[in-house]
Design a protein around this ligand. Structure first.
Ligand SMILES: Cc1ncc(COP(=O)(O)O)c(C=O)c1O
Length: 398
């Protein structure tokens, strides 16, 4: 076994700040039932996590090993996740009237979405803890990613998905050898079924933000964005939000990079984009509530944003406030228009979640929340090729 350079120190309750050791597999904070977040020895990390050292390293997200949670190299389960392109949107920047507009294109990840990062981290850490079977509820993309990493690591996988999850996700899970259970309901119902299966079959439940390591993988999106901008923090980051791990992870990256002195204290405005048909976080943020209420009858073609309740809601609100950002709703038609614009102008065929981000950027510019001179990063979290049925009404009229 060879050691990584990980400086992972302990876990901290995101609500109370209570500290917990990292020597056993944990899920939520035992007293508050809120997410646990990994904390690192950043003084030690910064001795080797330097701009120059990073250039010489492996080509995937594990090059940021000092601030990732895995201690032994042999436990890293990788399919080449991360290092996705950050591309300048030269054609639509004129249309949107924003001088410096970028897309971080996460569709280039294994299994076609940003989910690969979180699941690579969570499955690797599960392997490190000697866990033999994992289970998870998912809107679709996370299930596909979990199944792929489970296949690679030879850990048994069981996924619970709403029965209307995209067919691509159902098929890939089967191909990767996972046990697939379809639930007549929403992701929250899949969550209940997954918790029961975990208990009954002695499986480790890696539901989003209910275990601490998926967010660590997602954090690498934030590190990459800043590294690709030559270590400059953008003015605005726009992100399609379901469970919210992406926003939490990106923010964590910015905090840790600034604490290590790699960037200054500038923070980007963080923008949370949700679907009109499922906007629990936008609703609560507008009412200045600390916790969101479950969204009734969620409906949107963006399966990844069909999440009626986010366990990390209060963390997301805190980030939006601290960053001077906001939360915004986008209709399904607007999402498809966003997909169409990005495809026809920039050659990127994005998931509806990515289309939502494009439409949100247009609205935010119109309202002057984004300025013309701002450096703006739109995150496209996934690939349209996973959503062909949902896209058909827009792009293929049979
Ligand atoms: C393509 C896509 N975008 C966005 C999201 C929402 O991600 P998060 O949980 O980070 O809010 C998901 C969730 O499954 C997704 O699949």
């Amino acid at each position: 076994m060879t050691k990584t350079l990980s400086t992972f120190n302990f876990l901290e309750c995101s609500l109370t700040g209570e500290k917990f050791s990292n020597d056993i597999a944990r899920r939520l904070s035992p007293n508050s039932e809120k997410p646990l977040l990994a904390r690192y020895d950043l003084e030690k990390a910064k001795q080797t996590f330097t701009k120059n050292n990073l250039i010489k390293r492996r080509n995937d997200m594990w090059r940021y090993e000092e601030i990732l949670p895995v201690f032994e190299n042999e436990n890293i389960v990788s399919l080449g996740e991360g290092n996705t392109p950050l591309m300048s949107m030269n054609n639509i920047s004129n249309i949107l009237d924003i001088d410096n507009l970028y897309v971080k294109d996460e569709s280039n990840n294994p299994t076609g979405s940003f989910r690969a990062r979180g699941l690579s981290a969570a499955v690797s850490k599960a392997k490190e803890y000697g866990i033999k079977g994992i289970v998870m509820p998912s809107a679709g993309n996370a299930a596909g990613a979990m199944s792929a990493y489970a296949a690679k690591s030879k850990i048994t996988a069981n996924v619970f998905m709403p029965k209307d999850a995209p067919i691509s996700n159902k098929m890939e899970c089967i191909a990767f050898g996972a046990k697939v259970d379809l639930v007549d309901g929403y992701i929250s119902d899949a969550g209940k079924a997954s918790a029961i299966a975990a208990e009954k079959n002695n499986l480790f439940d890696i539901s989003t933000l209910k275990e601490p390591y998926r967010v660590e993988g997602k954090k690498t999106m934030g590190i990459e964005i800043i590294q690709q901008l030559n270590w400059e923090v953008p003015d605005v980051i726009i992100y399609p939000t379901g469970g919210g791990t992406g926003i939490v992870g990106i923010w964590q990256a910015i905090d840790e990079l600034s604490e290590m002195g790699i960037i200054d204290n500038k923070k980007p405005k963080m923008i949370c984009v949700q679907a009109e048909g499922c906007s629990p976080l936008v609703d609560a943020f507008e009412k200045h509530q600390q916790f969101a209420k479950p969204f009734k009858n969620p409906e949107t073609l963006a399966a990844g944003m069909r999440v009626p309740m986010a366990v990390g809601d209060f963390i997301i609100f805190d980030i939006l406030k601290k960053s001077g950002g906001t939360a915004i709703r986008i209709s399904d038609d607007e999402m498809l228009n966003g997909v169409s614009l990005l495809a026809s102008e920039e050659g990127i065929f994005a998931a509806p979640e990515g289309g939502a981000v494009v439409s949100a950027t247009i609205k935010l510019r119109e309202n002057n929340i984004i300025q013309k001179s701002d450096k703006v990063v739109m995150v496209n979290t996934g690939s349209a090729y996973k959503y062909l049925n949902a896209m058909q009404k827009k792009f293929w009229d049979d």
